[in-house]
Design a protein around this ligand. Structure first.
Ligand code: PBG
Length: 336
């Protein structure tokens, strides 16, 4: 870095005096190409069921999700990440509904691919929408059974890929799952399936509204080593070097793309991961970040348009190649 001269030879404000010069010197740009639309689907008939904690977000029926995929295409959004809200009656301790090839996720993926073949579809690989205890993993004697969970995740991922998913995104934080999924994909001839690893995913209070969105409720029952949370598998918010070790393992195991989650409180992690690995790196602007900005905007305390675009730009500036966000359609409209 060359440092500028001294005042008054250097006057940094010269470069900010008008829109034309601000545009010329702008270092970071934001476009619909940077967006992955986080979208919630449900297995009922209503087209849209609003999520109270996320104003402007609704769970969509499979039919409405297909229409949303067309909308994504029209808006220039490259990909959609699908998250399922499963009827409570279909949940059990093993998350068996996750392996149903005719279940909600597979039905949504098929309908969306059909409606908009050019839009990339990303699916979450994790058991929490399907387990009655709400954990991403399977429990053995009240503890999360890592390797047994990994076998289940492999099965879930293969079913999703057979339904047409382009990117599988393991969000469970079990050890070894990226390698196991990659090996199974290769074995099955799915050489082109992308893995976006939630490589650095933190145990975060910012996921609160998502629990309402997908109906995974409160944790706590029956888990001895998980007193109401996911801290034995998701990362400690205080750690940063550990994120680089997690990423290194996932890259070695065959991840194509990396995700840091949550987003805005973890921009330092995004920057470190991008600098250290130079891999395609994404940030997840999670439900709590969405809720926070929307709540303030609805109270007239923040300018909605400006905070949406500023927050998304911040991810790019930190080094992210793109952002998984519930704001995607709104932001794409603003940018278009
Ligand atoms: C779990 C999963 C979570 C989110 C995506 N996948 C929640 C969690 O880990 O508890 C959160 C998304 C959001 O908050 O927007 N597999």
């Amino acid at each position: 870095m060359n440092y500028p001269g001294r005042f008054p030879l250097a006057r940094p404000r010269r470069l900010r005096q008008a829109d034309w010069v601000r545009r010329l010197v702008r270092e970071t740009t934001l476009s619909p190409d940077d967006l992955i639309w986080a979208l919630v689907v449900h297995d009922g008939v209503e087209d849209e069921i609003p999520v109270a904690a996320m104003p402007g977000v609704a769970r969509l029926s499979v039919k409405a999700a297909a229409a949303a995929a067309k909308r994504a295409h029209a808006l220039g959004i490259p990909a959609i990440a699908v998250f399922p809200h499963i009827d409570a009656a279909k949940k059990d301790a093993r998350g068996r509904e996750a392996f149903n090839p005719n279940g909600l996720v597979c039905a949504a993926v098929r309908a969306m691919k059909d409606a908009a073949p050019d839009v990339g579809l990303m699916v979450d690989v994790a058991l929490d929408p399907f387990t009655d205890h709400g954990h991403d993993g399977l429990l053995r004697d009240g503890r999360i059974a890592n390797d047994e969970t990994v076998e289940a995740l492999v099965e879930q991922a293969l079913i999703q890929v057979k339904a047409g998913a382009d990117i599988v995104a393991p969000s469970d934080m079990m050890d070894g799952r990226v390698g196991a999924i990659r090996a199974a994909l290769e074995r099955e001839g799915c050489h082109d399936t992308l893995i976006m690893s939630y490589a650095a995913k933190y145990a975060s209070a910012f996921y609160g509204p998502y629990r309402e969105a997908i109906g995974s409720g409160k944790l706590g029952s029956g888990a001895i080593d998980n007193p109401g949370d996911k801290r034995t598998y998701q990362m400690d918010a205080a750690n940063s070097d550990e994120a680089l070790r997690e990423v290194a393992m996932d890259v070695a195991e065959g991840a194509d793309m990396l995700l840091v989650k949550p987003g805005m409180p973890y921009l330092d992690i995004v920057a470190r991961v991008k600098q250290a690995f130079g891999m395609p790196t994404y940030a997840f602007q999670v439900s709590g970040e969405y809720a926070m900005l929307m709540a303030a905007a609805q109270n007239g305390w923040l300018d909605e348009t400006r905070v949406i675009l500023e927050s998304l730009t911040a991810f790019k500036r930190a080094g992210a190649d793109g952002v998984v966000t519930y704001f995607a359609p709104k932001a794409a409209e603003m940018l278009g």
